[in-house]
Design a protein around this ligand. Structure first.
Ligand code: JFE
Length: 274
């Protein structure tokens, strides 16, 4: 996968040299190219912002500079990728975008080329998204309901979430199929607690079921823990659980602990009996 990032703070992306994403780059699975937006300015002050039409506080990023930068980065990428007509998926972080979720990450992991345009100030003149929206797929995305000072941190989040899904990045050590928000039997369930050695640390014991070697019982215990934790911390996720994916034991746990967490799971009478 190729990733281009255009920003007035390319130094902000130093973390992409490290750890999982850094390793994916070293191994050639992921190619990330950083671009300084100010390289496309023509004035001595390298101005990228201007006052908002209609008045109000703050500044807005100028469309011409972004247009020049995006055109150049796409042209350069086309030559490098050897696909004269290829186009990246353009991702614009903004607090007013569609929520970025694990589903979005899975979708992006299938793309050969992503272009990120993280803004500063109050964002980019809206005509930039309109212009490129007619030429490429443009996604305005939010990584959560809080306001950042700019889009760079959001790009780091998205690149890490996507990078770990690329074939060969995680290896077989861990399956992405077990992820809390991935589709499948554990979809929309939070992960339960995890433990390693020693068996007793400062008086806290590892639950003895995990030391038992009963793989079936361990799997059941883990699922109970996942259900209880989800009820407690993210009750709204319980409404998204696929009823067809719930067995008798699941429904019993949900009925037992759900009421305490304000979740009215409609248990069938036979689930609660015993
Ligand atoms: C920018 C800002 C006041 C924006 C446009 C560019 N999930 C998420 N939270 N915050 C962002 C994304 C984000 C992304 C890009 C950004 C915030 N800001 C700051 C300040 C209003 C804004 O609305 C500038």
């Amino acid at each position: 996968m190729r990733v281009d990032i255009i920003s007035i703070f390319p130094e902000y992306f130093a973390p992409l040299d490290v750890s999982l994403v850094g390793k994916a780059r070293e191994r050639g699975i992921l190619e990330i190219r950083l671009h300084q937006l100010r390289d496309w300015t023509r004035d001595v002050h390298k101005t990228v912002d201007d006052t908002p039409y209609g008045g109000g506080p703050g500044m807005v990023m100028k469309p011409e500079i972004w247009g020049e930068a995006i055109d150049a980065v796409i042209s350069e990428g086309r030559s490098a990728l050897g696909v004269p007509a290829g186009a990246p998926r353009m991702i614009v972080p903004t607090p007013s975008g569609r929520p970025f979720t694990q589903e979005t990450a899975i979708e992006y992991a299938d793309e050969p080329w992503l272009l990120f345009t993280p803004a500063r100030y109050e964002g980019i003149d809206s005509r930039v998204a309109a212009e490129y929206g007619s030429r490429l797929r443009v996604d305005e995305v939010s990584i959560g309901d809080y306001v950042l000072a700019g889009g760079e941190a959001a790009v780091l989040v998205i690149v890490e979430a996507v990078g770990r899904l690329l074939p060969g990045v995680l290896g077989n050590a861990r399956s992405v199929a077990d992820d809390s928000f991935a589709p499948g039997p554990m979809a929309n369930l939070l992960e339960g607690p995890v433990y390693t050695k020693p068996p007793v640390w400062r008086g806290h014991e590892v639950p003895e079921i995990l030391l038992s070697g009963h793989h079936g019982k361990i799997a059941r215990w883990r699922r109970d823990q996942a259900l209880r934790r989800t009820l407690e911390k993210r009750p709204e996720l319980v409404d998204r659980l696929d009823p067809a994916g719930l067995d008798k034991d699941d429904r019993k746990i949900l009925a037992e602990f759900g009421t305490a967490c304000g979740v009215s799971f409609r248990a069938r009478p036979h689930d609660v009996a015993n």
